[in-house]
Ligand binder design. Structure first.
Ligand code: SF4
Length: 210
């Protein structure tokens, strides 16, 4: 455990020193943000940090993060036990040119950042992964509509994947009451997966729960 903890600390240091997107001309400034401990068995994968996170240095610390923490609380996960928090790309990508929310990282930026996430997951070996927002869902679940993914959970190789919408107010998806029902269903899956973490009878085959 100590070796893995040291390896994760080293990985975090390497991530925080990363300037690949600046060097490639995609970002003016790199400030990679990631947080968590090797003991975390639940990991949250979002899209990318927001502007607020630039000042706090912690993932999900802005308004969207506050909403996400309310969702976690509904699933029985409190502030003192926040999961590992990372993202598809780890630097603030800037505001969207449309003026609504943050810019979606481009495929080349995602490709540049992907090895960091792969290394994090390989070291952490989380048992439950929350896929927060379309980009994370697309990477780990496939290119599907939010309606078809949120409200379900998939168990694959002993890892439970729970897709959730992005908690940012920029997303209108949650304005539909039917979508909020799906969100609460998804949080129910998260609650059960978090409770089952100590159960030895977790299957390795793929199954989808609805
Ligand atoms: S987004 Fe990822 S690859 Fe790009 S500079 Fe930040 S940490 Fe490095």
């Amino acid at each position: 455990m100590i070796d893995r903890a040291r390896a994760l600390a080293l990985l975090h240091a390497r991530i925080r020193a990363c300037t690949k997107c600046v060097d490639a001309g995609y970002l003016d400034r790199a400030q990679p943000i990631v947080a968590g401990s090797i003991r975390d068995r639940i990991a949250i994968i979002g899209q990318a940090p927001g502007e607020v996170e630039l000042t706090t240095g912690k993932p999900f610390s802005g308004r969207a993060g506050a909403e996400l923490r309310r969702w976690l609380a509904e699933a029985g996960i409190d502030e003192d036990h926040l999961p590992y928090r990372t993202a598809i790309t780890k630097c603030f990508p800037g505001k969207s040119p449309t003026g609504s929310g943050d810019r979606r990282p481009s495929p080349p930026e995602i490709a540049l950042c992907a090895p960091w996430l792969e290394n994090e997951l390989a070291l952490l070996k989380p048992r439950v992964i929350l896929l927060v927002g379309g980009l994370a869902i697309e990477r780990f679940w496939g290119k599907v509509s939010l309606e078809s993914a949120v409200g379900t959970a998939r168990v694959q190789d002993g890892v439970t994947y729970v897709p959730l919408p992005h908690p940012s107010g920029a997303s209108r998806w949650l304005n539909d009451p039917a979508h909020r029902v799906l969100l609460h269903k998804g949080l129910g899956h998260l609650r059960r997966a978090a409770r089952a973490l100590d159960s030895p009878s977790r299957g390795r085959t793929m199954q989808i729960r609805r």
